[in-house]
Write a protein that binds this ligand. Structure first.
Ligand code: MG
Length: 263
């Protein structure tokens, strides 16, 4: 027997090499399930609509087919002069953009639109409108979710339907044919500014287009500018604006517009 081997045999004999398995396990204290239960604040009861896409009980209805009382001219704040007929709100291009009388911060928005079946034109000149998620003033670009014919209509992809204009390409293109009704469901988180006008937190947007996710919590880089790189300009609360685009294609229509303000 070597010296080493006998040394280990000796250790084994006195139990030094025995596994510590026999040592008693102290049970670790289990947290009680109640410790992670919250009972306050209780969410407000909201009655969902009976039919899909109809406003739930806490929505502010911006257009229900009857009148455009919730809308004013974005240029001079006189009453909106788009055409209300047959339950539709149709763009009257010569009267310019319209925006909500009310101002909003963070919200959920539902809006339906229809590119006319007889639409003509190409690219950005084919059924162009827009939902400006924050209209910050007549001279400002604001924050545009593009409306455009996207059914076999080629254009720059960061300016196609479902894009955040010139900032974010939609994830997919679920456009319906001209003549069919389409919908946007939007969650808008407004940007927040410090007292000195600098950006505190950016804007975020999530968009479902015809029920399909096309913008997933996208962080905006500022207003959606036609020319140049986007940047932020401070504002606090803003109208929602619909675009009367200057192209020559047939005017498009909106219906069933409602918004829910979020805390
Ligand atoms: Mg547009």
């Amino acid at each position: 027997m070597t010296q080493t081997k006998s040394f280990f045999l000796m250790l084994a004999a006195v139990g030094v090499l025995a596994a510590p398995a026999a040592r008693a396990q102290q049970p670790s204290p289990q947290p009680k399930p109640e410790e992670t239960e919250l009972w306050q604040p209780v969410p407000v009861v909201v009655t969902p609509a009976e039919t899909p896409n109809a406003p739930p009980s806490d929505a502010i209805v911006l257009f229900d087919g009857k009148n455009e009382d919730e809308w004013i001219s974005a240029q001079d704040h006189t009453p909106a002069k788009w055409t209300v007929a047959d339950g539709l709100l149709t763009v009257a291009k010569s009267t310019g953009n319209i925006e909500t009388r009310r101002h909003f911060h963070n919200y959920q928005l539902h809006v339906e639109f229809r590119i006319p079946a007889n639409i003509t034109g190409t690219g950005q000149g084919r059924g162009n409108s827009g939902v400006f998620l924050a209209s910050t003033g007549p001279g400002d670009a604001g924050y545009e979710l593009q409306v455009l014919d996207g059914y076999n209509n080629s254009t720059y992809v960061n300016g196609m339907v479902g894009s955040i204009y010139k900032q974010s390409i939609p994830l997919v293109n679920p456009a319906r044919k001209p003549g069919e009704w389409q919908s946007y469901d939007v969650v808008w988180t407004a940007p927040v500014f410090n007292a000195d006008g600098s950006l505190k937190t950016p804007a975020y947007v999530t968009v479902f287009y015809n029920g399909v996710l096309v913008q997933n919590h996208f962080e905006l880089k500022g207003e959606t500018l036609y020319r140049g790189k986007p940047f932020y300009k401070a504002f606090d609360g803003a109208a929602i604006k619909l675009q009367a685009h200057g192209d020559k294609s047939e005017p498009m229509s909106f219906r069933n517009i409602w918004v829910r303000e979020l805390p």
